[in-house]
Design a protein around this ligand. Structure first.
Ligand SMILES: *Cc1c(COP(=O)(O)O)cnc(C)c1O
Length: 425
C-alpha cells in the first residue's frame, strides 16, 4: 500500500516513509491510496476469530510493504496486551472500554503500534526525534509506548497547567529517552510549534524528525481495529437494529479511523461525533463552512481542539461531498454542565463511572439514538485519569497517588526558538 499527500497528490510514499516523515510537503497529511475491503464472510465469522486474527487481517493490507503477516501479528500481540471489553449500560447502549492499557486511555493502542514501527524503521546510529503536542493523553501514551525504544528520542509539548496532575506524572516520570516540555500557551500553540518544526528545513538538516500526533499514519490506522473488536462483541446484541457508534472527538483521529473501518465493510450505520464546547465540526455540518477556531478549555480537555487536524482526511475520504458526510456523521455538542450531570446520573442509576470524555460520548449518543438503533460509545479514558472532575459530582472518588517532585520537565514560553534549542540539544 502506498500513501499520498492530500495537498500534493503526486507525492506518493511507502508506509515506512509516511511513518518516518509524519507530514508531507506543505504540512499535508498522508492517506492510503485506496481502502481495502474485507469479505462479507469476515464479518459473518467475526465472533469466532481472536482479536489478533481480526487485527492482523484488517491491518495487513496497509503495511504489507514493511511487514510480513507473521511479523505484523507479533507486533499486534505486543500492542494488545490488554483487553477492550464492551459493557452494557442502558438497554439500547453499551460502552467499549478502551482504557485498560498502561496509561488508561485509547491512545495506548496507536502509540504502542507506532513505537514498534519506528523502532523497526529508524537508524540506530542516527536516532529519530519524535515530536508531539498533547492536551494530556497523547503525551502519556506516547511517553509510555516509546519509553526505552532504541534509536528514538521523544520530545513532548504540553500546555502548562492544562493537564491533570496524573497526566503530567505519566509524561514526566519516565526520563531516559523521554523529554517533557511545558509551554506557556494552549494545546493549539503546542500543535503549531510541532507543525513548524516538522516543516523547518534547517532543523531537518540536523535531526531526523517524526511526529507522533494522530496525523501519523502509524498511530492513526491501528485505531480502526477496536471498532472491529467492538462489533465482534455487540453483533449478537443488535437484534436487527442498526448499529451507531459514538466517538468522543478532539482531533478526530479516532472517528476517522472508524470511518475507514466502515469503508472496509464494517456494518456501522452512523457515527456520532461527540464534542464539547469545541464545536468547529458541528458547525461545519450545520452550515457547510469550516471555520477553525481557537480552542476553548473544558472539563473533557483531551477534546479541546478548535481546528481538528483529521478533518481534511474526512473530507478526502468522502470526496468533499458534504451530503455524504452528513449522512454518515451526526455531531452533538455537550456542555460542561451536561457532562457533570451525566457522570452523576450514570453513577447514581447504574453504579458505573464515566470519565468526562466518555460522558460527553454517552450523552451525545443518547441524544442522537433512534428507537430502531443500538448504540455503542467509545470510552476513551479511565475516570481515574480525571479524578478531579469526577469528584465535583462523586465526592468519594479516590485521589490517585502521584509524586511530581521526582519528575523531570523543561518549561518554555510559546516560542519556536526555545523549542528548537531543545530539539537541537
Ligand atoms: C485524545 C482523546 C480524545 C479525542 O480523540 P481524537 O482522536 O483526537 O478525536 C477523546 N478522549 C480522550 C480521553 C482522549 O485522550
Amino acid at each position: 500500500m502506498n500513501y499520498y499527500n492530500i495537498k500534493h497528490k503526486d507525492e506518493i510514499v511507502s508506509f515506512k516513509e509516511a511513518t518516518l516523515r509524519g507530514l508531507g510537503k506543505d504540512k499535508g497529511l498522508f492517506v492510503p491510496e485506496h481502502i481495502p475491503t474485507l469479505p462479507t464472510s469476515f464479518f459473518e465469522e467475526i465472533t469466532q476469530k481472536s482479536n489478533i486474527e481480526i487485527a492482523t487481517e484488517a491491518l495487513y493490507p496497509y503495511v504489507n510493504d514493511s511487514f510480513s503477516r507473521e511479523e505484523l501479528q507479533r507486533v499486534l500481540e505486543e500492542v494488545f496486551v490488554f483487553d477492550t471489553p464492551v459493557k452494557e449500560l442502558l438497554s439500547n447502549t453499551s460502552v467499549l472500554e478502551l482504557f485498560h492499557g498502561p496509561t488508561m486511555a485509547f491512545k495506548d493502542v496507536g502509540a504502542r503500534f507506532m513505537a514498534r514501527c519506528l523502532g523497526k524503521f529508524s537508524d540506530k546510529d542516527n536516532p529519530t526525534t519524535v515530536v508531539v503536542a498533547t492536551s494530556g493523553d497523547t503525551g502519556s501514551a506516547v511517553a509510555n509506548g516509546f519509553y526505552k525504544v532504541e534509536g528514538v528520542r521523544v520530545v513532548i509539548l504540553f500546555p502548562k497547567g492544562k493537564v491533570s496532575p496524573f497526566q503530567e506524572y505519566q509524561m514526566t516520570s519516565l526520563g531516559a529517552n523521554i523529554q517533557a516540555v511545558e509551554v506557556e500557551g494552549t494545546f493549539d500553540d503546542c500543535q503549531a510549534l510541532v507543525k513548524q518544526a516538522l516543516s523547518d528545513a534547517s532543523l531537518k538538516a540536523e535531526r531526523v524528525l517524526s511526529s507522533a500526533n494522530s496525523i501519523n499514519v502509524a498511530r492513526f490506522l491501528p485505531q480502526m481495529l477496536y471498532y472491529f473488536f467492538a462489533y465482534k462483541q455487540v453483533k449478537d446484541l443488535l437484534e436487527g437494529k442498526d448499529w451507531v457508534v459514538a466517538v468522543p472527538s478532539g482531533n478526530f483521529g479516532n472517528l476517522t479511523a472508524g470511518l475507514y473501518a466502515h469503508a472496509m465493510g464494517l456494518p456501522v450505520s452512523k457515527f456520532v461525533a461527540a464534542n464539547n464546547a469545541n464545536d468547529t465540526f458541528a458547525i461545519y455540518l450545520q452550515t457547510g463552512s469550516y471555520q477553525a477556531k481557537a480552542s476553548v478549555p473544558t472539563l473533557s480537555n483531551a477534546m479541546d481542539v478548535g481546528d481538528p487536524s483529521n478533518f481534511v482526511r474526512i473530507q478526502e475520504l468522502f470526496g468533499y461531498n458534504l451530503e455524504a458526510i452528513r449522512k454518515m456523521i451526526t455531531a452533538v455538542v455537550i456542555s460542561d454542565k451536561e457532562t457533570l450531570d451525566e457522570i452523576a446520573y450514570i453513577h447514581n442509576t447504574l453504579g458505573y463511572t464515566l470519565d468526562p470524555h466518555s460522558a460527553v460520548g454517552h450523552l451525545a449518543l443518547q441524544k442522537a439514538l433512534l428507537p430502531s438503533q443500538y448504540g455503542t460509545v467509545l470510552s476513551t479514558a479511565s475516570p481515574k485519569k480525571f479524578d478531579e472532575v469526577i469528584r465535583q459530582v462523586i465526592p468519594s472518588f479516590p485521589v490517585p497517588e502521584v509524586d511530581l517532585s521526582t519528575c523531570h520537565k523543561k518549561s518554555i514560553s510559546n516560542s519556536y526558538e526555545a523549542y528548537k534549542d531543545i530539539l537541537l540539544s
